[in-house]
Design a protein around this ligand. Structure first.
Ligand SMILES: NC(=O)c1ccc[n+]([C@@H]2O[C@H](COP(=O)([O-])OP(=O)(O)OC[C@H]3O[C@@H](n4cnc5c(N)ncnc54)[C@H](OP(=O)(O)O)[C@@H]3O)[C@@H](O)[C@H]2O)c1
Length: 218
């Protein structure tokens, strides 16, 4: 995955790197690779990044299509690392860097989530992704509750349809960009579970409980 940081000032463009961008590569199934990314950013810009977005996600389909628990444990572990442990390490690095930023700087960690932390969508394909999104939602909510008094906000961003349904393949990159800019500016008193709708921004939704009808139901 490429990670891009916008340069804030003064960095020269090169033929391979347009002005304003630093591009780094890392394998997020290895959380140990993350601190060196933050160190590279600090070296380059002489400051820590005030906004960190973790967008990567891992999902593996079960080998037996209709059997949700057929996924081998080692696959569950490796997707959990990408979806939960690596963003946790990224948030640790972010918080550590924020200590060196001025008080007035708005410090923000955004994790791209989806509906799975509040809804067990009845599809075996969602298993490892949903485990990771759910586990991450817990520490992101906890971190937001405990750090927000210091001006550090953590969000689990979750694009939905207007009726609150999973956006799935219809997610919109521009809608994410607009909403993430609002989150980074700490506008609108948005809660950590930042459910949003394109062109509307934050919309709170009731918990959804999905259930596939049982074959044995009457
Ligand atoms: N709100 C919703 O309903 C909804 C719907 C869809 C997606 N989403 C979320 O939006 C985000 C982006 O989704 P997408 O559809 O663009 O996902 P995608 O097409 O499946 O891409 C996944 C991204 O994660 C990166 N990634 C996966 N494993 C990695 C690893 N080990 N190391 C580094 N990078 C890794 C991939 O990098 P490479 O390209 O280099 O492999 C890719 O950029 C995800 O967090 C996803 O869960 C939300």
């Amino acid at each position: 995955m490429d990670i891009r940081w916008r340069l804030r000032r003064g960095a020269a463009a090169t033929p391979t790197r347009p002005r304003g961008f630093l591009s780094l590569k890392a394998d997020f199934s290895k959380p140990d690779s993350i601190p060196s990314l933050f160190a590279a950013v600090k070296d380059e810009f002489r400051a820590s990044s005030s906004v960190v977005v973790y967008n990567a996600a891992g999902r593996t389909l079960p080998p037996v299509k209709e059997s949700v628990l057929s996924t081998p444990a080692e696959t569950v572990v490796s997707d959990l690392i990408v979806n939960t442990i690596s963003p946790y390490v990224a948030a640790q690095q972010a918080v550590s860097g924020w200590a060196s930023l001025p008080n007035e700087a708005k410090k923000t960690f955004i994790y791209t989530g989806n509906i799975l932390n509040v809804c067990a969508v009845p599809s075996p394909m969602m298993m490892t992704l949903g485990m990771g999104k759910s586990a991450s939602a817990y520490w992101i909510g906890l971190a937001d509750n405990l750090y927000s008094t210091q001006g550090f906000r953590s969000f689990c961003a979750d694009e939905r349809y207007e009726d609150g349904a999973l956006k799935g393949m219809a997610i919109d990159g521009d809608a994410h960009a607009d909403f993430y800019a609002q989150l980074a500016a700490h506008e609108g008193n948005v809660p950590w579970h930042a459910t949003f709708v394109e062109d509307e921004g934050y919309v709170g939704f009731k918990l959804r409980v999905e259930r596939r009808p049982s074959r044995h139901s009457t």
